[in-house]
Design a protein around this ligand. Structure first.
Ligand code: JHZ
Length: 428
């Protein structure tokens, strides 16, 4: 397979970036936005290329982050149309054991906590291949998935999960409520951060949620992203990086109540939030105040907190490129592990191509045989690592370090080493 690592054509003109620029806060509409991080321009992070597409133009889009000084929502400086990113989607969490177990326990927890009865409606927004709903179905709930990725909706239906292939909106919510009734549980894992018109989204949630129903949302926590230097989770798909302060403001505006928050280990530190109608009987957990106090103590209302983060990010780029160049200079063979969207941010931001990485291994069949967006590193099945025994592996999917290290125990026993860049560059 031909592999090239030069910088690629920007078919999106600088002037047109302006039309994507965000001018006010997505939640509170304040214009007091402080831009603290720029990762330059790059292609969309799940825009993997087939070999025949390699010579063609590859649109690059700006990637920067603001914080709203009023409600502390961090958000992208530019929003590119969702249609470009989500209609044919290659992110499939069910290829990881960790995520399957996570979804299984999430469904069991929800059924137990809220006493979900057989036949009650559970709707999953951004239902992907239906994995989470399969677990709710096993508890005899009536399930409906909603996801714009037609390629994945087909897979979900084959898995027995009734799926509507569309973007969730207040219009869709009305239609579902009219045809199937209101939902006892609405879930959305790693979805809300991707939504531009967040007010219409929660108008829809309010519309579809039964009077004593619960919306369970899960997404990477903004405070973890900053505190653990997870800059690579900043990409075009993730429009918002939520603080609990910003979420509270959002829910209050929709007459919804943030009833509880439970921290989750997945994706570098996520929060699972439980949201009900304002007048529902659910009590507000003391956890809410604890999260709000911790954000205040960390300085999330001050510019310096964000400036310090940006400085740490620049240092990671410097340290990582210096290490890879040094090892390459010593004649070492280095490959990447996990063609994650976040990995593509690291590769593009640090300008790491086939000059430094021979290839990347990944377990997702759809990604194998393709090339990384922007940097054009070829992707192979994981088996290639076992056969080749490279000297070093750059762990791009660091959020699965435990699962991957365990899987590659024999490679490590033979002397192979992992390079991890988050939260700081190190070799293990
Ligand atoms: P993974 C996704 O980001 C995208 P990504 C999305 N926008 C989102 O919100 C966040 O998650 C939270 C591979 N792998 O899941 C599979 C192995 O090869 O961190 C994946 O390609 N072997 C929805 O794309 C990649 O790593 C393994 O053993 O950054 C991980 O990507 C395992 C466990 C994974 O998501």
């Amino acid at each position: 397979m031909p592999a090239e690592s030069k910088t690629h054509t920007q078919s999106v003109k600088k002037e047109s970036y302006q039309e994507y620029r965000v001018k006010k806060c997505r939640i509170c509409a304040s214009t007091d936005l402080f831009e603290y991080l720029s990762l330059d321009t790059m292609p969309i992070p799940n825009g993997f290329l087939a070999e025949k597409e390699l010579g063609g133009p590859e649109p690059h889009y700006p990637l920067g982050v603001y914080v709203c000084m009023n409600c502390t929502l961090s958000q992208l400086t530019h929003v590119i149309p969702a249609e470009i990113m989500f209609r044919n989607y290659l992110y499939i969490p069910s290829t990881s054991k960790t995520m399957i177990q996570h979804f299984e326990s999430m469904a069991a927890d929800a059924v137990e906590r809220f006493d979900v009865k057989p036949g009650e409606l559970v709707v999953d927004i951004g239902s992907n291949d239906g994995t989470l709903l399969k677990f709710f179905k096993a508890h005899e709930a009536q399930v409906l998935g909603i996801d714009p990725a037609s390629n994945l909706a087909i897979v979900a239906r084959m898995n027995g999960v009734n799926t509507l292939d569309d973007f969730f909106s207040s219009r869709i919510a009305k239609e579902v409520a009219a045809s199937q009734g209101k939902a006892r549980i609405i879930t959305a894992t790693n979805v809300v951060a991707h939504v531009d018109d967040i007010h219409d989204f929660f108008k829809g949630v309010k519309e579809l949620l039964a009077p004593e129903g619960v919306f369970i949302g899960e997404f990477p926590y903004g405070k973890d992203m900053h505190d653990k230097n997870e800059f690579d989770t900043v990409y075009h798909e993730h429009l918002s990086y939520f603080s609990i302060h910003s979420l509270k403001a959002l829910f209050e505006r929709h007459e919804l109540k943030l009833a509880d928050i439970v921290k989750q280990r997945v994706h570098g530190g996520s929060v699972r939030v439980f949201v009900t109608h304002k007048n529902a009987s659910h009590k507000v957990s003391p956890a809410i105040k604890e999260f709000l106090d911790a954000e205040d103590e960390a300085g999330m209302t001050k510019r310096e907190y964000y400036e310090a983060f940006a400085e740490r990010v620049h240092k990671i780029r410097k340290d990582l490129t210096a290490l890879l160049k040094k090892l390459k200079g010593e004649g070492k063979r280095i490959i990447g592990y996990g063609a994650a969207a976040k990995g593509n941010v690291t590769l593009n931001y640090c300008k790491i191509g086939t000059d430094l990485l021979d290839y990347i291994v990944d377990s997702v069949p759809y990604k194998q045989g393709r090339f990384t967006p922007g940097t054009h590193v070829p992707i192979f099945p994981e088996l290639k690592l076992e056969k080749d025994n490279p000297d070093y592996v750059l762990l791009l999917a660091w959020n699965f370090a435990d699962e991957i290290m365990q899987k590659q125990e024999s490679y490590r026993e033979k002397g192979g080493q992992f390079i991890i860049a988050i939260p700081n560059v190190r070799v293990e």
